[in-house]
Design a protein around this ligand. Structure first.
Ligand code: PLP
Length: 447
């Protein structure tokens, strides 16, 4: 409506005057105004309808404005907007029960946080206190959050600006079959060699000084690259050998994103700690958390945990989590997303790869996919250098937007991360638009 468009204009002006944005040179950005959103679609400042293949920052897993979740938030607000973390509250308790019910049997307690970064920082602190050790290992090509500690756990270039705060963090090379650091010929070799490298890292760092290994079972922002079979299981085994806590960061991949409730379910492993945020309540109200097994819990059963947050387990966020998880069960969203990945998204992206000289690799599962663009399929030289973007990437996204689709862009990759309940016809439309826009990439590398 004209009123919404007018409100959006005013919002944009005030944004430029007063809002400080994440990760940005403040005066070099032109934020896209959003005036409305429903299901898999949103409306920009001009009132143009766009298919949201970003789920914002990969979190609106049940789509925008799902009526059951909206209703639950309204009901909770009418009843009790907020209550301090030291009290017991039914929304918080039920959210914790529903979350632990989805996790391995010995994970029975949840410490709620405000988001993913603070979940990871608390998980590391718990692991350190539990083991009495200090070092933490995390993978290059990973993302664990933007706070002081979490940005250092992160294995992408955003950590470099605050490297000097990397207290006890050691990075190792992950398996990445498409761009193997180990010169592997196949997935089996990649798993073996990457595990050998991790074993060496533990030896060289002193395994008995390592409190935790933190891992995204399927790395998200770093490129949605599936670890080769056996790798995650091998990491679990190394942790067991050395008494190291295995923290699975399920912030992006959890809550149905990969077509399983959690990405670690693709493998035969049980983590000691699972961190989550985003999809737990589709991001309608900020919420994250640390779900811990009984052993870690026992460390803090008689001695206090030296940490806390004013908004830990905020009732509005927890009521949204309860409604989101129930709705995902009721509407069979995880199974639906798995089928969509196996039967619709995966096969269609494979076709794109065959058709476009610029498409080097496509990979993913469920509603969690990446298209990796290259200058040359043989050399696999990325279309934008590591840690950077390239004008052609911006042009591809701009063309998608002109045609009514919003994909997620990172370096030389497009990520296709729709709501888990996106209509099949909508995702087919989205992929067709991307298919047409990739012509720009093909032309940029031709001759
Ligand atoms: N961990 C992973 C795997 C993520 O993808 C993210 C955010 O993208 C985070 C942690 C950080 O979460 P937050 O931005 O809620 O702090």
């Amino acid at each position: 409506t004209p009123e919404l468009i007018e409100a959006g204009r005013r919002g944009y002006e005030l944004d430029r005057q007063h809002v400080f944005h994440s990760w940005s040179a403040q005066e070099k950005i032109t934020p896209m105004t959003v005036i409305d959103a429903q299901g898999s679609w949103l409306w920009d400042g001009e009132g143009q309808r766009l298919l949201d293949l970003t789920c914002q920052l990969i979190y609106t897993n049940v789509g925008h404005r799902h009526p059951k979740v909206v209703e639950a938030i309204k009901e909770q607000a009418d009843r009790l907007c907020t209550i301090a973390p030291q009290h017991a509250n039914d929304a918080r308790s039920e959210a914790a029960r529903l979350i632990t019910e989805l996790l391995p049997q010995d994970i029975n307690h949840v410490f709620f946080t405000n988001g993913g970064a603070d979940a990871n920082e608390h998980a590391v602190r718990m692991a350190r206190l539990h083991t009495g050790r200090h070092k933490v290992l995390s993978a290059y090509r990973s993302y664990h959050g933007g706070r002081h500690m979490a940005i250092n756990l992160t294995g992408d270039p955003r950590r470099i600006a605050s490297d000097r705060a990397a207290d006890g963090v050691v990075h190792f090379l992950p398996p990445y079959t498409y761009r193997s650091y180990f010169g592997s010929a196949d997935e089996k070799q990649e798993a073996e060699r990457a595990l050998g490298h991790l074993r060496d890292t533990l030896l060289l760092e002193g395994a008995s000084s390592v409190a935790a290994i933190i891992l995204e079972a399927i790395p998200g922002t770093a490129g949605i690259y599936m670890p080769p079979p056996g790798y995650v299981e091998g990491v679990r085994q190394l942790c067991d050998e050395h008494g190291i806590v295995l923290i699975m960061d399920e912030v992006m991949a959890g809550f149905g994103r990969s077509g399983r409730w959690f990405a670690h379910e693709h493998f035969d492993v049980e983590p000691d700690i699972v961190t989550f945020a985003k999809g737990v309540n589709s991001g309608y109200v900020p919420l994250g958390g640390v779900a811990m097994d009984d052993e870690i819990y026992a460390t803090f059963a008689q001695d206090p945990y030296p940490g806390g947050l004013t908004y830990s387990g905020h009732p509005l966020a927890c009521a949204a989590a309860v409604a989101t998880i129930r709705t995902m069960h009721e509407e069979g969203m995880v199974e639906y997303a798995r089928r969509l990945g196996d039967q619709v998204i995966g096969p269609r992206l494979e076709e794109l790869k065959d058709r476009h000289p610029s498409v080097g690799d496509v990979r993913g599962a469920g509603a969690f996919w990446a298209i990796e663009l290259v200058k040359d399929k043989d050399t696999r030289e990325p279309l934008a250098p590591y840690g950077q973007t390239a004008p052609v990437m911006g042009e591809i996204v701009a063309e998608c937007r002109r045609q009514g689709v919003l994909p997620f862009m990172n370096m030389n990759r497009l990520h296709i991360c729709p709501p888990l309940n996106i209509l099949e016809e909508d995702i087919v439309f989205g992929i067709e638009v991307i298919d047409r826009a990739l012509r720009i990439a093909d032309e940029s590398i031709a001759g």
